[in-house]
Design a protein around this ligand. Structure first.
Ligand SMILES: [Zn+2]
Length: 477
């Protein structure tokens, strides 16, 4: 009995001791002396919403276009030969300064305005003038190297058909309107697209802009040919291999810097940014505005970056490795749209490179906020003008090449031929019209004129007859 009592006492002491020990070891439950309630729980650790400074990359991101770019830029073969000044005969009436000798073996071949080209009249009453080179004695037609060369069709008909294509009529529709075979129209489009691309490349260089908007639009490159594949099947196939039309636009002059077709990948983003850099003047670093597609950041960083040596943090140890950082002048912001159930629910802005103040300062010159509205509007225009890019259309021109040709035509047409309302210039004094209409008050301007690349609105006929020189010509004094 005594041992029982002793046992219970021992057990009680043991339990008390255990309670005390546990109480002492439990840190969170401990009540501070002097305080009546427990301290508030620590706030959960939140990720900072402030933009972190870009840490830099340890290596330059590769750009496929940069690696193979050098052989594509045409270069003059050296200094131009001396100018030929005619010493005999009457003054020449026909201006041949836009023509060059097409013979690659001729000393004057490819050079403009050196006085070696003479007009020879219209042999056997043909529509085109004959020209000849006084240096090599070779003669050629004034349409040499243009899409109008060697065509039996009436020139006006070809020009109008190309105009209809540029305005967005499909190949079959153009064939019906102009009563030619659809395959003929497709051949014209192929030739004209090559010409338009060369024309654009010849004029679009050393462009100075303050802003560039970049965007991709989904292109339905359907393979729907009469009875071949159903439209539904084509869409299913496309959802696996989507194609995108990429566009870069200067919102101030509305100049379309580049248009491309391809996937929505880093390689394409690199290619598009690379082409923008090719078009811009050296040292011109504009403000870039895009949607939230992340690969733009890398693509911009590739072309607008430099190696920076970070400062040492401690005295000992090796110096930190150099980092690839954006150029100090590079400004880049994203417009991120949240779409839920096909409805736009939120638009947020994200400054990626540079400061918000610097970006707002560039935009304030035009009275704008951060936006990508202009390039998005352009997407709609491209859909209207390029039949192959429009939704659910069945034209002959539907492969990736077809879209590329339509876009090359549209790229040239919108920059050089289409006057844009927002860049028109007021006339010094209104010009009265011959009819009963109100006086003409505006001088029409194309984006290329606004950007200072050309001095007039080009007609399609002029563009199609323009012989693109094989290399950039020196500025004539
Ligand atoms: Zn020659």
């Amino acid at each position: 009995m005594i041992s029982d009592l002793f046992f219970y006492q021992l057990l009680l002491v043991g339990l008390l001791w255990l309670c005390l020990m546990l109480h002492g070891m439990w840190p969170s439950e401990r009540v501070m002396p002097g305080s009546t309630r427990p301290p508030p729980p620590l706030p959960p650790r939140k990720r900072s919403s402030d933009p972190q400074p870009f840490p830099g990359l340890t290596r330059t991101p590769p750009c496929g276009a940069c690696e193979q770019a050098h052989e594509h830029v045409p270069q003059p073969p050296g200094c131009p030969p001396p100018r030929i000044v005619p010493t005999r005969g009457r003054r020449r009436q026909v201006d041949t300064s836009r023509h060059f000798c097409p013979d690659p073996d001729c000393l004057y071949g490819g050079w403009l305005g050196l006085g070696n080209i003479r007009a020879n009249g219209h042999p056997s009453g043909g529509p085109w003038r004959q020209l000849y080179c006084t240096d090599c004695g070779g003669s050629f037609q004034e349409t040499h190297g243009t899409p109008l060369h060697g065509k039996r069709v009436v020139p006006e008909r070809l020009v109008w058909a190309v105009g209809a294509l540029a305005e967005g009529l499909g190949i079959r529709a153009v064939a019906r309107v102009f009563e030619v075979d659809p395959n003929t129209v497709r051949e014209w489009l192929v030739e004209v697209a090559d010409h338009a691309a060369a024309f654009s490349q010849y004029f679009l260089h050393d462009v100075r802009v303050t802003q560039v908007q970049l965007d991709e639009l989904f292109a339905l490159l359907s393979a729907v040919q009469a009875g071949e594949v159903s439209e539904a099947a084509a869409i299913t196939r496309l959802s696996r291999a989507p194609h995108w039309v990429w566009a870069a636009l200067d919102p101030v002059t509305k100049l379309l810097l580049t248009v491309e077709v391809g996937d929505r990948t880093l390689a394409m983003a690199q290619r598009v940014v690379h082409q923008v850099v090719q078009v811009l003047a050296p040292g011109c670093v504009p403000l870039f505005l895009t949607d939230g597609f992340t690969e733009y950041t890398t693509a911009l960083l590739t072309h607008y970056g430099q190696w920076v040596q970070p400062p040492r943090r401690q005295d000992k140890g090796p110096a930190p490795k150099p980092r690839w950082m954006p150029l100090p002048g590079l400004l880049y912001a994203q417009v991120i749209k949240t779409v839920r159930r096909r409805r736009l629910v939120r638009v947020t802005h994200r400054v990626v490179f540079g400061t918000l103040e610097a970006i707002q300062q560039v935009l304030a010159a035009c009275g704008w906020q951060i936006n990508t509205a202009f390039v998005e509007r352009l997407n709609l225009t491209i859909r209207q003008h390029g039949a192959a890019v429009g939704r659910r259309v069945s034209t002959l021109c539907k492969g990736e090449d077809g879209v590329r040709q339509q876009l090359a035509l549209y790229h040239m047409y919108s920059n050089f031929c289409l006057p844009h309302t927002s860049v028109r210039q007021p006339l010094p004094r209104p010009e009265p019209t011959h009819g009963t209409g109100s006086a003409k008050r505006w001088q029409p301007q194309t984006p290329a004129m606004a950007a200072g690349l050309t001095d007039h609105v080009w007609t399609l006929r002029e563009v199609l007859l323009f012989r693109v020189p094989p290399w950039p010509q020196p500025v004539q004094v």
